[in-house]
Structure formats: structure tokens, C-alpha cells
Design a protein around this ligand. Structure first.
Ligand code: TXA
Ligand code: MG
Length: 338
């Protein structure tokens, strides 16, 4: 661990980029205050410059260096950060003028969180600088939840990947913006991305409302394009088993929830390959951890299509279904990919 921290910090100080584990997914990190380093992140990911990065701070006290918290929501920010930081909750706040515009793609706001991963935290703290870090995949692809997956996405393009095993959450952080409301009403949380911190967990602190793209509007979070988290193999989210009409000679794989004999999906077809999201516990937390791993397995199986079983849309299931819909390129009302 010591050696990993030392090596990562030396590279980051020299303006290099390093893939680091977080509790959600692996991130590709750069010193947030070094625009040349941040530019390398965009280049390695082939990420368009209009898609802003999340800034990770080492301590809650560092928030003031990257964001300006408005009076009207200061109490809520304190409550949320006390409850969920370090952890998988990202807050969209007005940006500090010193933070390079490249990080926020010129937006007046910055997305910020504190990672709970011990390795990420140690590096963030030792470096003593905020780290801009998007997920360590090429643009539009499945987020990596292991160092092996990072290697497949970015191997040969970056000088170092720190391997700390599989990520504990498996899905990217929940992203919200906070709006004050008049009188003594609780603030409004605009949910930009569903994630490990669920609506149910946020509700005691504010009213949660999903941000919806209207057709024709620019995307509210540019990285939230409908084709995001996409495998190369077409993925079909099959809400109703009766809608499956296989073409002769084509190879289909099933992304099942439990993969057990009771599933109507299992008996629908003679599947080339079946992978289960939650084969052990049958719980959503296990499904979240395994989702991107299983999507990768099926993507590498030379199939013609991946058929995905829906999961129940409660708690963590909301974030899982969001990723499955985006992987299938079918997010209602969202704008077209660019
Ligand atoms: O769990 C995570 O959040 C991981 C780990 C590495 O921390 N990071 C991650 O970053 O998922 P990325 O870049 O793959 O996704 C960040 C999302 C993108 O959809 C981006 O458009 C959005 O956050 N975003 C960043 N800054 C924003 C801002 N100021 N306003 C609205 N959306 C923003
Ligand atoms: Mg990403």
C-alpha cells in the first residue's frame, strides 16, 4: 500500500494520470488544479471536452477549495456530507473560480465527492490536492470495477493502474444538485444520476426529483447520454419475456437476475451463455457489484445479442435499471448520442 501511494503520488505530482480504485468504480485521476494533467484524462478516455469530471476531495474541509457553498443550502450540504461522506454521493455545487474550467467543461458548477476507498483516500490525502477522476473506461463504455477491466480499457495509454481488487459498490456514485425552497420546506434534490445512495436514503434530507431530458434539450449531465455504459454487443432489456423473437442462427446470451430455475427467462431459449447478477444472495447489492463485470463477460462471449432480464425498480434497483437502459440505448426522452 505504501509503495502504491508513493508511486501514484509521484506520477500525479509530475502531471501524469493514474487509474485508482474507488468504492464505486475505478477512476482515472489527475491533479484537478493542473489543466495539462486533466487534458491527458480527456485524451486517454477519448472523452469529449464538453463532459465535465468529478472532483474528489481528501477531507470535507477541502470543499471550500473547489466549490462555493451558497448560504441557502449550507445546512443541507453539512447534513449530507456528514451522513454520506466519505462515500458514493456526488454534489453539484457552484464552482470555485480557481478550479480550472477544463475540469467542469466551462460549467459554472462542479461535481464533487469524497471517496471512501482506503487506497484512494490515502493517495488523495498524501498528495494534498483534489483529484479530478472520471470512470477509467473509454468514453461511452462500461465502467471498470476491477484493475483487469481498466487494463482492457486503457492499457498502454496510461502509466500506472493501482490494483486493489474489485470495487465494493460496483455502480458510479449518485449525483444530485440541491435547490433551496421557500419557507421552511426541505430543499429539492435534483437526481442527475441514480447510484448507490438511494432515493430512500436521501429523502430524510430533501425532496428527490429525477432530472428529465426533454427531447431537443442539451443533456443535463453530458455523460448521461442514452447510449452510455454500452457493451459492444447489442444489449436488449427484455421487460416482457413474450417479446423475445430470436432469429435463426444467431447467438444469444442471457443476463439473468438470479439465473435460477424459477426464472421464466431461463427457459425462453437455448442460451449460448447465461450469467447471473445475483446468484448468491439474490439481493440487489450483489447485483450492483456484479453488473459491469457480468456485462463485460457477456460482451466478450462473441454473441449476437445480450438479452437482459429487468430487476425490481426499488432501492438500488433504480440505479441498476438506469444502467441497463443506457446499455441498451433506450432512455426515454433523452437526446441522441454524439
Ligand atoms: O462513482 C463515481 O462517480 C466515479 C468514481 C471514479 O468517482 N466517477 C464517475 O465519473 O462516474 P464520470 O466522469 O464517469 O461520471 C461523472 C458524471 C458525468 O455524467 C458528468 O457529465 C457528470 O458527472 N458531471 C460532472 N460535472 C457535472 C456538473 N457540473 N453538472 C452536471 N453533471 C456533471
Ligand atoms: Mg463514466
Amino acid at each position: 500500500m505504501k509503495e502504491a501511494v508513493r508511486e501514484a503520488c509521484a506520477l500525479l505530482r509530475a502531471g501524469e494520470i493514474v487509474a485508482l480504485p474507488t468504492e464505486t468504480v475505478y477512476g482515472l485521476a489527475a491533479d484537478a488544479f493542473n489543466p495539462a494533467a486533466v487534458a491527458k484524462v480527456f485524451a486517454a478516455k477519448e472523452r469529449p471536452a464538453f463532459d465535465p469530471l468529478i472532483v474528489h476531495i481528501a477531507s470535507r474541509g477541502d470543499l471550500k477549495h473547489v466549490a462555493i457553498v451558497p448560504e441557502g443550502i449550507a445546512a443541507t450540504v453539512s447534513q449530507l456530507t456528514a451522513a454520506f461522506w466519505p462515500g458514493p454521493l456526488t454534489l453539484i455545487l457552484p464552482k470555485h473560480p480557481d478550479l480550472p474550467d477544463l475540469v467542469t467543461s466551462g460549467l459554472p458548477t462542479v461535481a464533487v465527492r469524497q471517496s471512501a476507498h482506503p487506497v484512494f483516500r490515502a493517495i488523495n490525502k498524501e498528495l494534498d490536492r483534489p483529484l479530478a477522476a472520471p470512470s477509467a473506461n473509454r468514453f461511452g463504455r462500461i465502467s471498470p470495477t476491477s484493475a483487469t477491466a481498466v487494463m482492457k480499457e486503457l492499457g498502454g495509454r496510461i502509466p500506472l493502474i493501482i490494483d486493489a481488487g474489485a470495487c465494493g459498490e460496483g455502480l458510479e456514485s449518485t449525483i444530485i444538485a440541491i435547490e433551496p425552497r421557500p419557507d421552511k420546506q426541505k430543499p429539492l434534490f435534483r437526481l442527475h444520476r441514480a447510484g448507490p445512495i438511494t432515493k430512500e436514503q436521501l429523502q430524510p434530507f430533501g425532496k428527490v426529483e429525477k432530472v428529465r431530458d426533454k427531447p431537443g434539450d442539451p443533456p443535463h449531465a453530458p455523460g448521461q447520454l442514452p447510449s452510455h455504459y454500452a457493451p459492444r454487443t447489442p444489449l436488449v432489456l427484455l421487460e416482457n419475456p413474450a417479446d423475445f423473437h430470436p432469429e435463426p442462427g444467431k447467438k444469444y446470451g442471457l443476463l439473468s437476475y438470479r439465473g435460477d430455475e424459477d426464472s421464466p427467462y431461463l427457459h425462453l431459449h437455448d442460451w449460448e451463455q447465461v450469467e447471473a447478477l445475483s446468484p448468491g444472495s439474490g439481493k440487489l447489492a450483489e447485483a450492483a457489484i456484479r453488473l459491469f463485470f457480468v456485462m463485460r463477460l457477456l460482451d466478450e462471449a462473441a454473441l449476437d445479442a445480450i438479452i437482459a432480464e429487468p430487476v425490481s425498480e426499488t432501492g438500488l434497483g433504480v440505479a441498476i435499471m438506469d444502467r441497463l437502459r443506457r446499455a441498451s440505448g433506450s432512455v426515454a426522452g433523452a437526446s441522441e448520442p454524439v
